[in-house]
Design a protein around this ligand. Structure first.
Ligand SMILES: Nc1ncnc2c1ncn2[C@@H]1O[C@H](COP(=O)(O)OP(=O)(O)OP(=O)(O)O)[C@@H](O)[C@H]1O
Ligand SMILES: [Mg+2]
Length: 288
């Protein structure tokens, strides 16, 4: 909304995550096609990150597919704007298979014509996986779990150029029990973590060496985090604004009943909500 009006931000091409803590007038964003890992303890604000991304995706008219293996507790709040949802392992296999079929179809259609697609060639498709550790199972569910992991890996490795983005959120930074496809997520937002060793697991030693300190984020600051982009080797310390349940429930798809507008008649925020509990700014941040 306010931020995307600024001349130096191409609407829809980036997700605004929040604002720099040292300078709340400066917004922090990531390319809309950068696969993103959001890693943080319980109550660190992962839900806020997802809410901000989904709000912006809705405003841009993209598709949202949501895997939430905690029985849909988070995802169902967005039911009115979801194109696909999966709340158990069987549904996740079906959703992820279909996501990959979509990637195959786009690849088939555009191979040799374009090296990468934008919204004018194919609708942007955002795949959100919350509580990623719940996808990693042993025992009777291991086969299904392995299939899901392979499908996520396949989506991560092939979909970026085809105007799809995968965002994975988890409390657990471990590769073996949470993120077996970790190396394919090149951008990481680490919210509050328990220890330096968790931070190294979540972001890598290089990020910690360059100043990321997610284990020092206080409990009283949910939504604070360090963004690490391995493509640019940059660390940013930022605050992600809070999005209320009411704002989430008021989201409407562009072209749907609300025509991209919330129930209150005001436009769905294309950027983080102004109702954040902390770090609220009254002046629009600038993009650096
Ligand atoms: N950006 C924020 N600014 C201020 N407070 C926040 C922010 N994000 C979250 N909170 C507070 O922290 C609580 C937990 O946030 P959230 O549900 O996003 O955490 P989470 O990391 O997803 O936790 P879980 O792993 O348990 O799902 C919220 O109910 C809210 O009170
Ligand atoms: Mg959560």
């Amino acid at each position: 909304m306010i931020w995307s009006r600024r001349k130096n931000i191409e609407p829809g091409s980036r997700y605004v995550l929040g604002t720099e803590i040292a300078n709340p007038r400066v917004s922090v964003s990531v390319p809309r096609t950068a696969h993103l890992a959001v890693i943080g303890e319980s109550n660190s604000g992962k839900g806020s990150v997802l809410a901000n991304l989904i709000s912006q995706e809705v405003a841009s008219g993209g598709e949202i597919w949501f895997v939430d293996l905690k029985a849909g507790m988070e995802a169902e709040n967005y039911a009115q704007v979801l194109d696909r949802k999966a709340y158990n392992l069987d549904e996740a296999v079906a959703l992820l298979s279909d996501f990959n079929v979509g990637v195959d179809i786009r690849a088939e259609q555009w191979r040799g014509k374009r090296r990468s697609l934008d919204d004018s060639q194919a609708t942007h498709r955002l795949l959100v996986i919350d509580e990623a550790a719940d996808m990693i199972r042993s025992g009777a569910s291991k086969k299904q779990s392995d299939i899901c992991v392979e499908l996520v890996r396949s989506a991560l490795s092939r979909s970026r150029a085809l105007n799809c983005t995968v965002v994975v959120a988890t409390q657990n930074p471990r590769v073996s029990t949470s993120l077996p496809y970790r190396s394919l997520l090149l951008t990481t937002l680490a919210l509050r973590l328990n220890s330096k060793s968790e931070a190294v697991m979540a972001m890598g030693e290089d990020a910690v060496r360059r100043g990321a300190r997610p284990w020092q984020i206080p409990f009283s600051r949910p939504g604070d985090g360090y963004l690490w982009d391995t493509e640019t080797n940059q660390i940013k310390y930022l605050h992600v604004p809070f999005v209320t349940d009411e704002e989430i429930h008021a989201l409407r798809r562009v072209g749907g009943d609300g025509d991209g507008r919330s129930d209150s008649g005001s436009p769905v925020p294309a950027t983080p909500s102004v109702s954040e509990k902390q770090g609220a700014t009254t002046t629009p941040p600038v993009e650096m």
